[in-house]
Design a protein around this ligand. Sequence first.
Ligand code: PMP
Length: 478
Amino acid sequence: MNTSTLIAPPALVRRAEKHDTKAVQALDSAHFIHPFTDHGDLATRGSRVITHAENIYVWDSEGHKILDAMSGLWCVNAGYGRKELADAAYQQMMTLPFYNTFFQTTNVPAVQLATKLAALAPEVGGRKFEHVFFSSSGSESNDTNVRMVRRYWDLLGQPQRKVIISRNNAYHGSTMAGASLGGMSGMHAQGDLPIPGIEHIEQPYHFENALPGESEADFGLRAARWLDEKILSIGANKVAAFIAEPVQGAGGVIIPPSTYWPEIQRIVDKHGILLISDEVICAFGRLGHWFAYEKFGMRPDLVTFAKGVTSGYIPLGGVMVGDRVARVLIDKGGEFNHGYTYSGHPVACAVALANIELMEREKLVERVKDDTGPYLAECFEELRHHPLVGTAQACGFVAGLLLVKNKATNEQFDPDLGVGMMCRAHCFRHGLIMRAVGERMIIAPPLVMTRTQIDEMMVLIRTCLDATVDELRAAGQL
Ligand code: PMP
């Protein structure tokens, strides 16, 4: 096979140039093991080859323009094609492309970013975030959390406090600890997970877990109290921390009732355990705040971030370490035997700084909070009238809807029908990227999306829902 067109330097591959899709697909299938992919399936269908992107749109190798309502993978908050971010990377690479931050060395972008993040993270209930630990991903950051909370309790003379409680259908990454903290049964089934010392409670998903007639508010309190019950059943003196996403992302955009987080906070405070807010999706403007804990009145001790910190232009993650943990680690800890080659990578940190500056200049966080976020929520409310939509909700710039067989009774589709995947296929066909999680269809658009672009997206969403209805009717399923 002639691979010369594939390895041409980027400058020679112009945007308008037609790519040899079949050749790329064949090499892709022959050599590249993709994340979360069935490779038998991939070999027969072939990957969709994404070649370039601008603003909220991506293009594939066949020239199709697609509205990316998922921001890549919940991360391209500033939108595609931002020259400022490329310039920051280029300049930093020419100045200092890498140096480690072990052995009492540091670099200027990492220090500047740590300082900036400490200033952006709001103080809540007297709890401050003055320190940051850097990694390159959400998964690594949650691994760091596991090590950090266990170290914290060791240093306080309570080494028996090891258990971290999480929730079913949570997503916290794909490393051994990340996948264990997560509550995805499919991931646990492969490789003897979870690792010891991780326990799960049920998620606060009203549609599935509420009692008949139970209000959102009552359900939120009851769901939070599952944590109390779990702590008591394990023994409070053995529990180190509770970890959760403020709004579950990969689980299908599950927005908890407003009563949930205050009650969770009361329970973790009562037992003195640490609270970890995993904001890999929710931070950096996604919910209309720099950090989502502020929105929900949570007072976490550790906050996981990644994705939006660089708008996904380069890998970077980390943990905001609240004073409660930082003071013990620093004042009593001596050396913490943990770190990554790329902790505080100068190029990643320089891109993050440029990204935050751009977001501040364009007021992207405020826009989502006060303007485009509320508008998206209105649009999603209207979707509830669609014959296929059971529930539809948005929170900032994440939104989800549930496809149901019968709106009046909320009867669900047989999961084997794959209605979510059917709808997703219609989305691709119509030039829209939406994600399917079972029968939940979800979005997390770039924060630069305007009201006009939201209108454009809503027209596409309705078209795809209608096409799904047509297909189901033709198959006698509706
Ligand atoms: N935590 C949450 C809440 C996430 O959504 C993700 C990724 N979707 C992760 C952790 C893992 O991040 P990464 O894929 O960068 O390891």
